[in-house]
Design a protein around this ligand. Structure first.
Ligand SMILES: [Zn+2]
Length: 354
């Protein structure tokens, strides 16, 4: 059973409800095709919600001010944000068919339940999809944010037209998603796409999960900045300005040698991991998101070279390696695309075990 959190008032009574879709404006013409999905992102960057069309156009969006500390406060903030969104003049006349939630932690998508909040409490076995569904009376698809981003890039971005897509998100953590024939792979343990926890060395720095030698401990933005900072501290005096170091500077051609070595090692680790995955899965497209799309230069070319260095030639002969195209919108757009699929009874939402 799900329940609406206490303290949330019935703020939507003035709107029109129906069993299949929720109309934002009772004046809407029944012949008008102004239908959209409600996209929701609950992640490390806080809360964000938007009305999004099937063509991935963001009609309007609102952001949360800060990252919620508990599941309860997240839901309180979320419902308030949605109220703001629906009150916006640009929301007038749109019908919301379904909602898609991209969550920054592991989820059981089939049951619509979060498994763990990682940086927030109260998300253990939390029926997030059910709460949103009960609140708004529309179908809700829940997905991990990196997997939602993978679906977004497949639907609207750099992964369009691919048959076997590997999307790796290089952010604060490292995650991703795998799609074959447009179907998201989730797996028996819901860990498909958790590329950050692939072992790349037998020993080495501890990962956020506590295990040694995982990819995330070498190539997450946090890990790279932390290791580059240590290298810089060894090279410079304590008064040097090192506090504002950005990921772009670590990968810049004029980075100090110790810092450049960190960037080179990260590039090598990403190349090795993608080589393993591309060989084992025999996918045709690799999309690198997160900072890969921001640092520019020849980062993608360097990763391609490393992939070729470590792969069977036949596995990567036709492999396309691209930076992501949707930027910070990928998870939100992917969640809305999943929402439309759930509305259509799409098989993409079914648990797939291969
Ligand atoms: Zn790990």
């Amino acid at each position: 059973m799900t329940h609406v959190p206490a303290g949330i008032s019935a703020i939507f009574e003035r709107h029109v409800w129906s069993c299949s879709a929720w109309k934002l404006d009772r004046q809407i013409s029944p012949t008008e095709e102004r239908r959209c999905a409600l996209g929701i992102e609950v992640g490390s960057r806080g809360l964000r919600t938007a009305l999004i069309t099937r063509e991935a156009r963001i009609v309007e969006s609102v952001h949360g001010i800060s990252a919620p500390l508990t599941a309860q406060s997240a839901m309180d903030q979320l419902f308030n944000l949605v109220e703001q969104l629906f009150e916006h003049p640009n929301a007038r006349g749109w019908t919301v068919e379904a909602a898609g939630v991209a969550f920054g932690g592991p989820v059981d998508a089939g049951r619509g339940v979060t498994i763990d909040g990682l940086r927030s409490s109260g998300f253990e076995s939390y029926p997030l999809a059910g709460l949103v569904e009960e609140r708004f009376g529309i179908p809700v698809a829940l997905e991990n944010d990196a997997r939602a981003a993978a679906f977004g890039e497949y639907s609207f971005g750099a992964g369009r037209g691919s048959h076997g897509l590997l999307y790796m998100q290089l952010g604060i953590g490292v995650g991703g998603g795998i799609l074959f024939g447009g179907r998201l792979l989730r797996g028996a343990g819901m860990t498909a796409g958790e590329f950050g926890h692939i072992p790349v060395t037998a020993t080495g720095p501890r990962c956020s999960c506590g295990k040694p030698g995982h990819l995330e401990a070498y190539v997450s933005e946090l890990a790279i900045l932390s290791r580059a900072q240590e290298a810089l501290d060894d090279l410079t005096t304590a008064t040097s300005q090192t506090d504002d170091m950005r990921i772009e500077e670590v990968f810049a051609p004029d980075a100090p040698p110790g810092v450049a070595a960190i960037a080179e090692e990260a590039t090598q680790m990403i190349g090795m991991a993608v080589a393993s995955l591309a060989t084992a899965l025999s996918c045709d497209t690799v999309v690198l998101g997160g900072y890969a799309g921001r640092i520019g230069g020849d980062f993608i070319g360097s990763v391609r070279a490393r992939i070729r260095q470590y792969s069977l030639e036949s596995a990567v002969r036709r492999l396309i390696v691209s930076p992501a195209q949707l930027g910070a919108d990928a998870a939100l757009l992917g969640a809305s695309a999943l929402a439309f699929h759930s509305r259509a009874g799409g098989a993409e939402l079914e648990r797939v075990v291969m």
